[in-house]
Design a protein around this ligand. Structure first.
Ligand SMILES: O=C(O)CCC(=O)C(=O)O
Ligand SMILES: [Fe+2]
Length: 350
């Protein structure tokens, strides 16, 4: 960024301190070595966690005491047989049978395919829409995400081993961002232990003292870090360092179809390393609120129980990203690839 634009944008950079902005590179305040040495990054993280804990306390009635205790202990939940068997079978048949425009991204040995479940696709998938509007599903997302809001929904297919390359960027341990946030996978296929199973470091959603000290050290140099994603605020960490922070061993979550895996992805996690070729299909959901907002929702129509996001916001966002990529010549790798089903095998890897 040229230095004059930093000054013109200075008021925005200041305002961004009170938002979910996380990139050490793009915001000279967030990435400022001296400010971070004095604790700017860690202060944002601690305050965001305190506020999320208070919002979660207000959302406690949204889930069972057992689910709450399990989540608070580990930072994630694994819930087998999530849907009644007949509902799951109907949803699975509907989703696997759907043929529609898909977006794909090849990175390392992985091809990821996304089909948004939104105003364009959900009307043709009634059993899926009904299942995902269910109270338990929504309640878990509200509580873990700490906001009353409908998550963004997708069919996500992860093909591992599509080409001879290193694991993808998601396969390094990382935090998604500095503040509590939710992602989930309701698996439509079994995920074997030697495949790319979601892997979580239990308890890392509540940063301990050593973890905060580590984040403080990383934040001082993150703006110029060799690792791009650390620079963008999604901190990468080596497995040996995880052990030094005092956390237990990571858990690779091999699961059967119809298992819901839901996690606070501000804790350390990764996509597990796959031993060979594998295919994992899930309903993928995420929701992210404004971390320094004290209240749990704005009462928007989409946030009401039983309501799904009916719009096409994600498509609009992607269109803007694609346009920006064309203008700047810096594409992020994601592209519309035409009509696919979730299980359509990847084309011969490029
Ligand atoms: O796909 C996975 O197992 C995890 C990927 C990940 O790190 C994420 O979606 O934040
Ligand atoms: Fe992640």
């Amino acid at each position: 960024m040229p230095s004059w634009s930093r000054w013109i944008l200075a008021p925005l950079h200041v305002l961004a301190l009170a938002s979910g902005a996380k990139s050490f590179r793009d915001n000279p305040l967030l990435g400022h070595p001296a400010l971070n040495r004095h604790g700017l990054h860690v202060a944002r993280k601690r305050l965001a966690h305190r506020l999320a804990a208070a919002r979660r306390r207000r959302l406690e009635p949204r889930l069972s005491a057992g689910d709450r205790a399990g989540f608070l202990r580990d930072g994630y939940l694994v819930i087998p047989d999530f849907l009644p068997a007949t509902e799951f079978a109907r949803m699975r048949a509907e989703v696997l049978g759907c043929r529609t425009a898909a977006r794909e991204f090849i990175d390392g040995y992985t091809l990821t395919r996304l089909i948004p479940l939104d105003g364009a696709t959900l009307p043709g998938l009634p059993a899926t829409a009904a299942a995902l509007a269910g109270g338990r599903y929504r309640g878990l997302h509200d509580y873990i995400g700490s906001f009353r809001q409908a998550p963004h929904l997708f069919v996500q297919t992860v093909f591992s081993g599509v080409r001879d390359a290193a694991p993808d960027v998601q396969s390094h341990f990382h935090t998604d961002t500095f503040h509590p946030t939710v992602k989930s996978w309701l698996f439509l296929t079994d995920v074997a232990g030697d495949a790319a199973a979601f892997t979580y470091v239990p308890g890392s959603h509540l940063p301990n003292r050593r973890h905060l000290a580590w984040e403080r050290r990383v934040s001082v140099t993150a703006a110029t870090a060799g690792d791009r994603l650390t620079g963008e605020g999604s901190l990468r960490i080596e497995p040996a360092m995880l052990a030094r922070l005092g956390y237990p061993a990571p858990r690779k979550l091999a699961v059967a179809a119809n298992t819901l895996v839901i996690a606070d992805t501000s804790g350390f996690h990764r996509r597990g390393i796959s031993g060979g070729t594998a295919c994992r299909i899930a309903i993928w959901a995420y929701a992210r609120g404004s971390p320094f907002q004290p209240w749990t929702g704005l009462g928007a129509a989409d946030s009401a129980d039983g309501k799904l996001r009916g719009g096409r916001l994600v498509r609009l966002f992607w269109a803007a990203q694609d346009l920006l990529g064309r203008v700047t010549g810096q594409r992020n790798g994601w592209r519309w690839v035409g009509v696919r089903s979730p299980a359509t095998p990847p084309e011969a890897a490029q």
